[in-house]
Design a protein around this ligand. Sequence first.
Ligand code: AMP
Length: 413
Amino acid sequence: MRKLQAPRGTLDVLPPDARRRLRLVEIAGDVLGRAGYEPMETPVFEDTELFARGVGESTDIVQKEMFTFEDKAGRSLTLRPEGTAGIARAYIEHGMHKLPQPVKVWYAGPFFRHEAPQAGRFRQFTQIGAEALGSDDPTLDAELILLLAEIYERAGTGPSRLRLSSLGTPATRADYVDELRGYLRAREGELSEEVRERLEQNPLRAFDADHAGTRAVMTDAPRLIDRLSPEDADHFAEVRALLDAAGLLYELDPTLVRGLDYYTRTVFEFESERLGAQAALGGGGRYDGLVEELGGPPTPGVGWAAGMERMLLAAGEGTAARSPTVFISYAAPDTARTGFLLARQLREAGFRVESEQAGRSLKGQLKQADRVGAFATVILGDTIEVKEMQTGDQREAESWDQVLALVREVTQP
Ligand code: AMP
């Protein structure tokens, strides 16, 4: 029989790692919650058209990476490759523009891209994301960047590089794209085939190319950041001033092009020095045209997404702390029911309680107590004893109340 395995590019999260992931979501919820961001959930699959319109027809994501399927009624559905389009769709669908603006939300969950799997790159991965819709205030851009930096700090992901740029508004960008296309056409012979094929649709992607000839051409290419309208330049200057005032270091990178079409004005990306080829820890930007593009009222927005697996890779090993544990062991036959009920009572009192459930010898049970990190072990035999694991001291309890009192004494000496 064929050996069954998890599908290519997916991963099983085993208990110690799963605990670290939950902890990360808690950290994000805490940091974002204190800035007024509320949790929100959208479906894991959406109409394919949402991503085609929202993420952009010419992007790698839409052209190559979507898990698309037909449902039984012949509708084309797609497993979500990113989170912003779904949030924007829900914002429109639920009339959230009528709420006090900005609407600030965050999410965590699975995303799907059909990419070639490698270290730090999966076909199903997990993102934590945050979005603020309904205001173009530059404090939102700066706030979101600072909140993401704070999450990295608390998660222990280590040093990272923040690249920052501004893409301007669609009108500026359209003029600039024409200018760039003209420049690239004039040197078409030096470009890679892939860039030449995309020249009409998306010449900006030439900045992403690894091809040596293309890279040489790009060093002299006109830069969007030098073509910003006065309003966009002011907006960007304010975002930078706020980050400067907060003491967050960044590098201006006019070649920063993110792989999604909907960005306007601010774009940014954090990269970790601790990761290999897939160094992007998270990134995002402003998407002032997205909601309108999807059929809603003109609504500015800004947000980011961070990859959970990469954050944990960068943070390295280490386990999130468990709450103090009491272990219940058996030194005489027929004590299992007593232990079973005692465990419930100690749990009600707030302790994490494990008990012997695999028929070990008493010696084996005490070893198990150490393995689960117990600070105290209750030994049920002819008497009831409470053993303090660190010192080995053992005291007899006359009643369950006394067991509880002794356990409390050990945990709070
Ligand atoms: P993006 O929406 O492409 O900007 O992705 C945001 C973040 O999600 C990236 O910075 C990565 O940390 C993470 N990410 C994106 N794609 C993948 C993937 N295929 N596997 C693991 N993490 C990913």
